[in-house]
Each structure stands twice: as structure tokens, then as C-alpha cells.
Design a protein around this ligand. Structure first.
Ligand code: ZN
Ligand code: ZN
Ligand code: FE
Length: 762
């Protein structure tokens, strides 16, 4: 018989995901001999047997990979026959540097779920059931390699039964590091607001009873605590909002299953796939009008953030009761999520009535990820639990670089070889807690990538905390990257393209090299440089930061720009400005540009237009006005407003939006339907994108358009932009895995710094 021996080396996420038992079973089933072994760089398997069987084995490996594995590369080699008689798992080779990727956390798998609700199973209703296909990973890891001893499970000794599973290659729990059972594993406790434990035989049932009676619970999850109330209980939702100082920002809910999700939202096939994926992000879905849950969960917007249970505890809580549970990150406004038991008791004091916690420590803060679907693709708006620390494969290999991100929604990124490792969502760096999390995350990223980069990248903004942090870290070289350049390159990296592109960077604000706030930018960009081809017309922001919170100020500024001195009459007609004194003051501010910085940000234009349309004069969170304007625009068949593109020699093109504002004012005066006005505004922007991309193609010959920046979270702009530009013959690239908002900035910064270093530019 024609015998054959082949070696395969697998790279990527291949350890801690049941890869060895998978190969073992496959080899044994096919009667092949050889071995499988964990190595520092991945997993190596050698099989020998009849040639056709070995070939069939290779095919099946690729087709039947364990669900949580993620192979980045396979190498194979033909070897001489060694006449092995059996197939075995041989001890790990731990020599050398670890290059194995740590797996992200994964939702409870169907097998474990079946056991959870099987009264004859020894883990019946055990809230910490898991296996090699599911359970905590990153969030319990202290350092690499990923072995139980390096996780927060180290303090739980396996009982004989768990130990048997752990040692048996044929078992689903072979080397499942968080393996546990009621005998040997972690346990729940229920505490009251004073930190005293509540006497109960069944903490889950008591927690359910408390939720049913309208109490606010802090519940320890995978990557942090949630604050939880019954979503159908209007009073409970309002109490939670009041205590959390979260007036109107939408709250996410968790429902038992897809059927329950369908009762509160409209769900496409693709959105269903997103919801049931092992990553279990919060999916932004269109609310239906069932009114099964409290209106206060997501007031004023059309979308609702929904997720399905992803820990055994969630499944138990939602088993019989509740139409939905509000599950929002446990924190005060703008602070990072709580992870420690004592931390929760302190930081959530005054918010939570009870605490459902346990003694398995969370070692890595990891918020829920958030995704939406547009133009047939899933788009992550926040990439955290379930995705991190899975690296993004890059088109080429780079020297090691650490990028520190921006200021809001921030992340960090380490580029190493041909991978980009992006940190969990850190969030805003304006509070001491946020800054602590920043340092915590930095240490984590270095640990899991086993690097200490000497090249740093950060934003151009001198006052960002991350920029200051870059200066304080000892680095050979610090490369400051313009914000919108970073946006465009993050999208290029994700799409594995390089060379020159047309970049449309549309967001709220980013520091320009000229010291003004940029934000509606048309860039000719590459990995190493950019040119500002054009931008949206600058707006005066009367009061600066204040204008962001009080969009009526921006509306006034838009009117003044469009009408000159007669703006006051129109502002009066629309009741835009609360009092006459304020109008005088504002006029002087606009006139003398006192305390009134300039911004070309599209986000600010959205705010102003929303205020003009009478949507709201104040916002309680950034982007609120824009979200409501999007929600209002229920049609896409509205005529765009006029605009102009102005060109002065030696200066970037300027998109003049005064025409659009005047046309809109005419519509408002004529009492035209506001849904149509909001739609017309969106269509105007899509027209502007197409016109500017056309100008850029004419002048450069480039045909690839890259869309990035927070404004592309707006589904009408994203889908409309992609549609129109594709019709105009452009190759259009947008974000999917990497957030289009500032969560993607660190990736762009890292690639730019790495590419500049590689090309010897600095
Ligand atoms: Zn499982
Ligand atoms: Zn056990
Ligand atoms: Fe940005």
C-alpha cells in the first residue's frame, strides 16, 4: 500500500479552543498514526497512513475546524514514513517565544446549554458550565501562555471528575482551562447594598424575584458587571437612569432567544446571524411598535440594542421570566466598566440595590461589543468582548509599533509582524478611572503580545491624555498622526489595501495641523502621507464645547453664515434662541469670533441642522441630535438641497453648505414635512460625497474611495454613500470589523507609524 506522512503547522487561534482533541479524534477515526503537539508558535500535527486517507484527513481538517479556532496560516511538508503505530497527543513544547493568539471569550455553546438544563447532568443549573468550545478566555487571563495556572481559575483545584475530563483527549473538556463543576468551581453570592450576603439557597431565583419587584441589580458577567432591571418595568428603568445619570442615551437589553427578540424588533437574516454568533454582540436593531418594553429604554430613536444571553448565568436568569432585561455596563457616565467585587460595591454604591456576584475573578475589562448591519455587512461600532484580542491580519509585515489612540471611545493597538492587536474598548479618557484603565490596558497589550515597542504612535492633538501618555512613556520614537489620516488608514488596513486612495473622513472633531478642528475631510491618502484636497465649510462654534452640548448655538451660527445680519429675524421666527439677551450675546460672539473656535466637522453640521429642524436644543450625549435626525429621515427619496464647491488657488476645495441651509429654511418656513427635510439633508451629503469624489478622481486619476469616521455609523449616509459612489464607478471600501468611529484610530495610527518606519520616512 502507498503510505504517506505529512506534517501540518497551524498558526493563529489554535490553542485553548479544542484544536488538539479535534485533530486527535479525526486522526483516530481515520485510523491514522502520528502525533499532535502545542508549540510556542502554534500547533503541529503529523499523520501517516494510506495516501488517500491522509489526503482526506487534510480536507476534513479545513472543513470541520473547531468553532472558536481561527487559522491565520497553514504550512505543510511531506516527511519520510516513520511507521508509527498509534496517534497521540504529546506534551507541549514550551521552549521559545509564545506567538500563539489568545482566544476571545465565547458564548455558552449548544452542548453546554443542553447540559445546563438537563436535570440528570452533574452540572444541572451550574452557572459556570463551559467547555473547549465556549466560556471565558481573555477575561480570565493573567498572562501567556494560556494555561489554567495563568488564569483566575488557578485557585480552583479540579475535582477528580473534572480532572478526568480535562485529561481525556476524547472529551469535550480536554484542556478546557476554565473547566469547573459545582463541586470544585466558582459559586454565586448575592449581596445587598451594604455588602452583606443575602441568605438564600438559590441566588439566581432570589435575583429574579428582586428584578421582578423592580430592584436594580449589579450582575457580574464575563468582562465586567452589568446593571440590570426588568425592561418591561417602566419605573425600574427610570430609577436606573436617574441613579446612573443617564438621561436619554439608549440602554441595551438582553432577551432569551431570537423568538423573543422578534417580539420587540425587526430582524433580518443577517442580523439574526450576528445575534446568535458566539461573539454575541449587542446588535442595533429596528424597534417594532409592540411596546412590550418600557419606552424609556431607548427614547426618541428608532434603534434598539439587543443581545442574547452569553453566559450560563444569563440563560438561567432569562429562562422563564422577563420579556427583556436591561443590561447596561455597570459604571457611572463615561467611566469604564466595573470588574472587581469590591470595586463594584464601591463604585456602584447608590446605583445598585443588590449585587449578584461570584468568586471567579475578571482580570480583563471587556465591555459588550456593538454591531449593526448595513449594505449586507455586519459593522462593529464597538469591538470588545468576543472579538478582542483576535488580531486583524495585515497585508504585509511591519516592525512592532504601539499606538495609543485618541481621546473618546479609545482603544490601543500593537502591530507586530503581519498582525494588528487591538485592545478592548477603553472608552473616554476624561476621568481618572478611564485613565487607569488606559494604563491597565497598555500592560495587558504588552503582555499578551510579548512586546515592548520602542516606536509609539499617537494623535496630533497636544491636549489629549493619550498624547501626553505617549510623551511620558520611554520610547525611541514618537510619531504623531493626524486624526483623519488615521481614520482613512484604519479602513485601508482592514480592507488590506495600500497605495493612494480617495479618503472621505467624516466625523465630529479631530485636530488639524493648522490648529483648527477638522472633521469633514476629503483626503488624498496613503499609508505614509495625506493631502487635504478639500473640506466642508468651517462653522463657528459659539462657546466651543458648550456648542456641542447646546446645538441651538450651532444652528444660530449656520443661520448667521447663510443670511448675514438678518439671521436674527429667522432665529426669532423658529424660536431658536431661548432669550433675547442670549441672542445679543451670541451675535457678538459670532461677530467677533469670541470663544468660538472653527470646526469643519460633519458631526457639528448635523447637530446644527437637527436644532434648526426643531428636534432639540440641548443634547445629553454626543451624537444624540444626529441620531435623532437619522431616525426622522424615514425615506431616501427626497430631493437633495443645493450646495457649491469653491476653489481658490493653493487652497483646499471648500464645500459651501450655505445654499443648503437657505433651502432648508425655506422648507421649514413652508411647513414641509420634517421627515422629508431630514431626508433631503442626508441626500445632500451623499451628493456632496459623490461630487467631491468626482473632483478628486478628475484631478488624480484615483478610483478607490475609502469611507471612515464616526458619521458613517449613520446607516443612511453609509448605505447611500456606498450605493452612489459604486454607481459612479468607484471601488468603495468601508469598515466592518474595525469601528468607523474613534475606536479604529489606534489601528490607523499604528499602521501609519509602522509604514513610515518601514519606508525610512522617519
Ligand atoms: Zn461548551
Ligand atoms: Zn469539578
Ligand atoms: Fe474621529
Amino acid at each position: 500500500m502507498n503510505l504517506k506522512r505529512v506534517q501540518y503547522r497551524f498558526y493563529g487561534v489554535v490553542q485553548g479552543v479544542g484544536f488538539r482533541p479535534f485533530l486527535y479524534r479525526l486522526a483516530v477515526q481515520n485510523g491514522l498514526a502520528g502525533f499532535v503537539q502545542n508549540r510556542p508558535e502554534g500547533v503541529t500535527v503529523e499523520v501517516e497512513g494510506p495516501a488517500p486517507v491522509v489526503d482526506a484527513f487534510a480536507l476534513r481538517v479545513r472543513e470541520e475546524l473547531p468553532p472558536l479556532s481561527n487559522i491565520t496560516r497553514i504550512e505543510s511538508a511531506m516527511l519520510d514514513i516513520r511507521n508509527d503505530q498509534v496517534f497521540q497527543i504529546i506534551p507541549s513544547d514550551d521552549q521559545g517565544r509564545a506567538d500563539v493568539h489568545i482566544p476571545p471569550d465565547a458564548a455558552t455553546c449548544p452542548d453546554c446549554l443542553a447540559e445546563l438544563f438537563d436535570p440528570s447532568n452533574r452540572r444541572y443549573r451550574y452557572p459556570f458550565i463551559n467547555c473547549t468550545n465556549c466560556g471565558p478566555r481573555l477575561t480570565i487571563i493573567n498572562t501567556v501562555p494560556y494555561d489554567r495556572a495563568n488564569t483566575s481559575m488557578a485557585c480552583f483545584d479540579l475535582c477528580p471528575e473534572c480532572s478526568k475530563e480535562y485529561e481525556n483527549p476524547a472529551d469535550r473538556r480536554f484542556h478546557a482551562e476554565p473547566n469547573a463543576c459545582p463541586v470544585c468551581g466558582p459559586h454565586l453570592t448575592l449581596l445587598n447594598r451594604d455588602g452583606a450576603s443575602v441568605t438564600t439557597d438559590d441566588p439566581v431565583q432570589t435575583a429574579i424575584d428582586l428584578l421582578l419587584s423592580g430592584q436594580v441589580l449589579a450582575i457580574k458577567g464575563l468582562g465586567g458587571f452589568h446593571l440590570c432591571v426588568d425592561a418591561a418595568n417602566d419605573e425600574a428603568v427610570r430609577i436606573l437612569r436617574a441613579r446612573k445619570y443617564r438621561e436619554e442615551k439608549p440602554l441595551a437589553v438582553m432577551v432569551r432567544d431570537i423568538a423573543q427578540a422578534r417580539q420587540i424588533a425587526v430582524i433580518s437574516q443577517e442580523e439574526e446571524t450576528m445575534l446568535i454568533s458566539p461573539q454575541r454582540p449587542i446588535a442595533l436593531l429596528k424597534k417594532n411598535d409592540s411596546r412590550r418594553i418600557s419606552e424609556s429604554v431607548a427614547p426618541g430613536v428608532t434603534n434598539l440594542g439587543i443581545m442574547l444571553p452569553y453566559t450560563p448565568l444569563h440563560h438561567l436568569l432569562l429562562e422563564k421570566h422577563f420579556k427583556a432585561l436591561v443590561m447596561t455596563s455597570a459604571n457611572q457616565v463615561d467611566e469604564p466598566i466595573c470588574i472587581g467585587n469590591r470595586e463594584a460595591l464601591t463604585r456602584l454604591s447608590g446605583i445598585a440595590d443588590y449585587f449578584l456576584m461570584h468568586n471567579r475573578d475578571i482580570l480583563v475589562r471587556c465591555d459588550d461589543s456593538i454591531a449593526f448591519s448595513a449594505s449586507g455587512k455586519t459593522r462593529l461600532m464597538r469591538r470588545s468582548r468576543g472579538f478582542v484580542p483576535q488580531p486583524l491580519p495585515l497585508k504585509q509585515s511591519y516592525t512592532t509599533v504601539l499606538a495609543l489612540g485618541a481621546e473618546l471611545k479609545t482603544t490601543q493597538c500593537i502591530v507586530k509582524n503581519n498582525f494588528a492587536f487591538i485592545s478592548p474598548h477603553i472608552g473616554d479618557l476624561e476621568t481618572p478611572q478611564g485613565r487607569d484603565f488606559f494604563s491597565e490596558s497598555l500592560a495587558l497589550m504588552k503582555r499578551i503580545t510579548q512586546t515592548d515597542p520602542s516606536i509609539l504612535a499617537c494623535d496630533l492633538h497636544p491636549a489629549y491624555f493619550s498624547t501626553q501618555a505617549a510623551r511620558e512613556l520611554k520610547a525611541e520614537r514618537i510619531i504623531q498622526v493626524q486624526h483623519h489620516h488615521a481614520h482613512i488608514v484604519s479602513c485601508m488596513a482592514e480592507n488590506q489595501i495600500d497605495g493612494d486612495v480617495i479618503g472621505l473622513a467624516m466625523d465630529g472633531t479631530g485636530y488639524g495641523p493648522d490648529g483648527t478642528a477638522w472633521g469633514g475631510e476629503f483626503l488624498i491618502a496613503s499609508e505614509t502621507s495625506f493631502q487635504r484636497f478639500g473640506h466642508l465649510q468651517y462653522l463657528v462654534l459659539p462657546g466651543g464645547e458648550k456648542a456641542v452640548r447646546e446645538p441651538w448655538r450651532i444652528a444660530a451660527s449656520l443661520l448667521k453664515s447663510a443670511y448675514g445680519p438678518s439671521w436674527r429675524e429667522i432665529a426669532g421666527r423658529f424660536n431658536l434662541i431661548p432669550e433675547k439677551v442670549q441672542m445679543d450675546l451670541l451675535d457678538r460672539m459670532l461677530e467677533g469670533k469670541i470663544a468660538s473656535p472653527l470646526s469643519s466637522g460633519l458631526g457639528r453640521l448635523f447637530d446644527g441642522v437637527a436644532a434648526l429642524a426643531g428636534l432639540r436644543h440641548r443634547v445629553s450625549f454626543e451624537g444624540q441630535a444626529a441620531m435623532e435626525l437619522e431616525a426622522l429621515a424615514t425615506t431616501t427619496s427626497a430631493p437633495p438641497y443645493p450646495f457649491d464647491i469653491l476653489r481658490k488657488d493653493g487652497e483646499p476645495y471648500r464645500v459651501d453648505t450655505d445654499f443648503a441651509i437657505r433651502a432648508m429654511v425655506d422648507d421649514l418656513t413652508a411647513g414641509r414635512d420634517k421627515a422629508m427635510i431630514a431626508a433631503s439633508f442626508h441626500m445632500t451629503l451623499i451628493d456632496i460625497f459623490a461630487a467631491m469624489a468626482g473632483e478628486m478622481r478628475k484631478s488624480t486619476g484615483l478610483n478607490r474611495v475609502v469611507l471612515s469616521g464616526g458619521c458613517f455609523q449613520n446607516r443612511i449616509l453609509l448605505e447611500g454613500g456606498i450605493d452612489r459612489l459604486t454607481k459612479d464607478g468607484f471601488d468603495v471600501y468601508s469598515h466592518s470589523l474595525i469601528p468607523t468611529n474613534d475606536g479604529g484610530i489606534s489601528l490607523g495610527q499604528a499602521i501609519i507609524a509602522a509604514a513610515m518606519t518601514k519606508n525610512g520616512i522617519i
